[in-house]
Ligand binder design. Structure first.
Ligand SMILES: [Zn+2]
Length: 397
């Protein structure tokens, strides 16, 4: 770390940073139920001296198809200088396996006490952003105008970022998001994704008495999926040197073994940086299911049908490597003697929607290990580095 006596900006209160993230990790807040964690953030900022009227919630949850307890929490601080506004972002929701998490510290890690996830995704990011806010406020560090954006419902499709009320965030020119592992890894692009819903309708009949008079919805789906697998459209999809992925993650249907299954609901997704490949995967899925539905007929010559729906979850993006937010992140990492690595993410990030809404955003890690699994933990040294990076990006020092 490069600090001099004349500039101790990067010397943070490490004990407070760890206490902050421990507190955040101990508050439940799965997607759509983020109120309690948002209130904990408001309380910590208020205790540090942030005035009530600097903190507000938008109505993102009212625009969300999933509802939810609260919108995004937005905190605005006037600058001590007239530089362009900066915005620091982290999503505050966690995935369901983190609902009962109880954090315990074990040497250099924070781990869940029981068989749960931890919620380091993304309380580590929230902890880094909040630590930057607390450092700036309590130490009176000089800083440009600042916005802190704590988004909801990231894990269920980047919903908070998609519907953030831009009137409340004050036109930031540099945007930094924390959600990941390595504090020196800069995600400057991310894949785009579609959600796929397929309802398969077969023809019911008695499976023992007159099976030939029925068409199984399960068999339609099986034939379609076998076709996709055989032709390289399932899982990792490589077409003409372009990479994509596809998956069916939900299959629901059926109640009795003696009925030829007449209804099946499937949900899946496809992803690619390349929009035309993404579209092509979805089209191929539709065609495979339609073909399979036509191929199975009853003794009367009837066949089943499908209803196919495909919706954009988020568009892909790639920032120019010399974007102002990327340059600034590289500058701060250099200052901390870290080696910035520029990467592209195969998962969606809040940045996907922020970029689509005109806010170029670079995403950094904050020490999360094994996100979305029982083995999830927080790497404390990486988290503290992320906190220092966040302070640098908040202050521009
Ligand atoms: Zn996350």
């Amino acid at each position: 770390m490069t600090t001099t006596q004349s500039d101790d900006t990067y010397t943070i209160d490490e004990g407070r940073a760890i206490d902050t993230v421990m507190r955040l990790l101990s508050v439940p807040g799965v997607s759509c139920r983020e109120k309690q964690v948002a209130e904990a953030i408001v309380e910590m900022l208020a205790d540090a001296g942030v005035p009530d009227d600097a903190m507000r919630f938008d109505n993102a949850h009212k625009k969300s198809p999933f509802g939810g307890e609260c919108g995004n929490l937005i905190v605005n601080l006037p600058g001590s200088s007239n530089q362009p506004r900066r915005m620091l972002v982290a999503h505050i929701d966690t995935v369901p396996i983190c609902a009962e998490a109880e954090p315990v510290r074990r040497e250099d890690y924070i781990e869940p006490a029981g068989e749960t996830g931890l919620g380091a995704d993304n309380r580590s990011g929230v902890g880094a952003v909040l630590t930057a806010a607390l450092e700036v406020v309590t130490r009176g560090l000089p800083h440009p105008p600042l916005t802190f954006l704590f988004t909801v419902q990231e894990e269920i499709g980047l919903v908070g970022a998609r519907f953030v009320d831009k009137r409340y965030i004050g036109k930031p020119e540099l945007v930094f998001n924390w959600d990941g592992n390595a504090p020196d890894c800069l995600e400057i692009g991310a894949t785009g994704g579609y959600h796929i819903d397929i309802d398969v309708t077969g023809i019911p009949s008695h499976a023992g008495g007159q099976p030939e008079q029925g068409v199984s919805a399960a068999m339609i789906a099986a034939l379609a999926m076998a076709d996709l697998q055989e032709n390289g459209w399932f899982g990792l999809v490589m077409k003409d040197g372009v990479r994509g992925t596809s998956n069916i993650g939900v299959i629901r249907g059926g109640e009795a073994t003696n009925v030829v299954l007449d209804r099946l609901h499937l949900e899946g997704e496809c992803r690619s940086f390349c929009k035309s490949l993404r579209k092509r995967i979805a089209d191929v899925y539709r065609q495979a299911f339609e073909r399979a539905a036509r191929s199975l007929v009853t003794s009367e010559g009837e066949h089943g049908s499908i209803e196919f729906n495909c919706q954009k979850k988020y568009e892909a993006f790639k920032l120019p490597k010399k974007s102002p937010c990327v340059n600034e992140a590289v500058r701060v990492l250099d200052k901390l003697d870290l080696n910035p690595a520029l990467e592209y993410s195969n998962g969606g990030l809040d940045a996907n929607w922020l970029v689509e809404r005109g806010l170029n955003t670079v995403t950094l890690g904050a020490g999360t290990v094994n996100a979305h699994t029982i083995g999830e933990k927080l790497d404390i040294p990486k988290f503290l580095t992320a906190c220092r990076v966040a302070v640098g990006l908040a202050t521009g020092r």
